[in-house]
Design a protein around this ligand. Structure first.
Ligand code: AMP
Ligand code: ZN
Ligand code: ZN
Length: 472
């Protein structure tokens, strides 16, 4: 950019910052000016042009002495200033605001099943993917991180809520576990880093990964996870950020709710308690919508409401007890439940152990290298030696490993192609057509869409472009 100082004989009119190749109107229109050399064509002409000594960029100083030229110049410069301010304000108005909401465990069909008014209204106002297919395993941390990186869990490295890393000789865990706050565990590039590296501002009311210094960066604003923070307070925090002046307002915001997942686990997907939890979150979304309307931002905001996975009914009658199939002394149980992972203590014994486990009519056991390609769950050394995928609704248990999970109510973690594991996806905003929809998309596709809405270049990822045309 160069600073163009335009001066009349009566004084300086103003400074125009522009790239040197976009010369000022005076340069193009005044017959005495050679735009290439910044020198007058005719020294006898009544125009004096000097080159500034600025070390960064040349500045042309044009002194007009002819009264007619004085008037023309004033008019042209005023017009230029008006255009310039118009551009500035248009740029500010056009600055993106994308809010990404996750309702943990909100199955794709919940808005209708539980008659959630705001979610239904948002679907009518915008675009909906009928079923967003999560990544395997259909658990919280792997899928939240896939949504914001466009990478399968085997590629971004958060392969479960809990896993062992043999290089670090350490466990990853969620909740109070400190690992989730250490950047070294998190691969790929989450959207908040992509956005910040390209000059945008980000702010997060919770999201797995936002507390970790991934590649040395956290979101500009973030909160330590607090599952007890009431839903309206979370929304109020978002509205406090959106109320900031345009030059400070974040361009990308996350908002996370766990109440629907918790109720789904405790009582099952169809339970009245799950209905109540969804209505609580739905009401928070109504509050968000109304707040943005009051702030005059609703029309220009892109709001995406999605989830990490769905939920299915479970009960005590569908248990797979590991001790009934193998000798537990031969393995280490890395995780079990709706998805299982075992490390074989003697690697040569692994094929036989896999074979024994696979005998169960509701269990599919694979050596890590043989997990079918559609799961994208074999390339990362954090994935245990033996991968166990039970049929929908069946749970893997061990009598000797202390039980932390309930065996009734609801669960997730199963095969990601099961419809019950599919997530909700609703997007509304200026780039989405009302009442538009798509049958299926994968959650690896969301990152590219976010980048498109934020007008930034995505980092390399494994998502398709399928969601881009719906946002044009
Ligand atoms: P899941 O076992 O996959 O159902 O995990 C859901 C749980 O993950 C929620 O109930 C939360 O307690 C927890 N959770 C979600 N987000 C975070 C976070 N950012 N930090 C720590 N724990 C979280
Ligand atoms: Zn979850
Ligand atoms: Zn859950």
């Amino acid at each position: 950019m160069t600073a163009q100082t335009v001066t009349t004989s009566t004084g300086t009119i103003g400074q125009i910052f522009m790239p040197m190749h976009f010369s000022s109107v005076n340069q193009f229109t005044h017959p005495a000016f050679d735009p290439h050399s910044c020198h007058p064509r005719d020294k006898a002409d009544a125009v004096k042009i000097t080159r500034s000594t600025s070390s960064r960029s040349p500045v042309c100083r044009i002194t007009i002495v002819d009264p007619l030229w004085k008037i023309i110049t004033v008019a042209l410069v005023l017009r230029k200033i008006a255009v310039f301010w118009g551009l500035i304000s248009a740029t500010l108005i056009a600055e993106p605001l994308v809010i990404l909401v996750s309702i943990d465990g909100c199955r794709w069909d919940y808005p209708e099943l539980h008659d959630a008014p705001t979610l239904q209204q948002l679907s009518m106002e915008g675009f909906r993917v009928e079923r967003l297919v999560p990544s395997y395993p259909t658990k919280t941390f792997p899928n939240h991180y896939t949504l914001v990186t466009g990478l399968h869990p085997e590629s971004h490295g958060i392969i479960q809520n809990q896993f062992w890393d043999d290089d670090f000789k350490a466990w990853f865990g969620i909740g109070a576990h400190p690992a989730a706050r250490e950047g070294r565990w998190w691969g790929g590039e989450p959207i908040w880093i992509t956005a910040q590296n390209q000059g945008l501002r980000t702010a997060c009311v919770f999201w797995p990964g936002t507390e970790a210094d991934i590649r040395g960066q956290r979101p500009h604003k973030w909160l330590a996870y607090d599952g007890d923070m009431p839903e309206p307070e979370r929304v109020q925090q978002v509205l406090t950020w959106t109320a900031l002046p345009p030059t400070e307002r974040p361009h990308f915001i996350t908002l996370y709710f766990e109440a629907v997942d918790s109720a789904g686990h405790d009582f099952g997907p169809a339970a009245i308690q799950t209905n109540q939890a969804l209505h609580l979150v739905d009401d928070a979304l109504r509050q968000l919508r109304e707040g943005l309307i009051k702030q005059g931002l609703w029309e220009s905001t892109h709001l995406i409401v999605t989830s990490d996975h769905g939920m299915t009914e479970i009960d005590e009658s569908r248990l797979i007890i590991l001790e009934d199939l193998i000798d537990l002394d031969e393995v280490r149980v890395v995780f079990n439940g709706a998805s299982g992972g075992l490390d074989s203590l003697d690697e040569y014994r692994a094929p036989e152990i896999v074979q024994a486990l696979d005998q169960h009519p509701h269990l599919h056991a694979f050596a890590r290298a043989n997990v079918p390609a559609r799961f994208h769950f074999s390339s990362n050394p954090r994935i245990p030696d033996i991968v166990l995928i039970p049929d929908l609704g069946w749970k893997i248990k061990s009598r000797s490993v202390p039980e932390t999970e309930s065996v009734s109510g609801g669960d997730h973690g199963y095969d990601n192609s099961e419809p019950d594991m599919a997530s909700i996806f609703i997007a509304r905003g200026p780039q989405f057509k009302a009442r538009s929809s798509l049958k299926l998309s994968r959650n690896t596709d969301v990152y590219n869409l976010l980048c498109h809405l934020l007008k930034i270049t995505p980092a390399p990822n494994e998502g398709s472009q399928i969601l881009i045309p719906v946002a044009d």
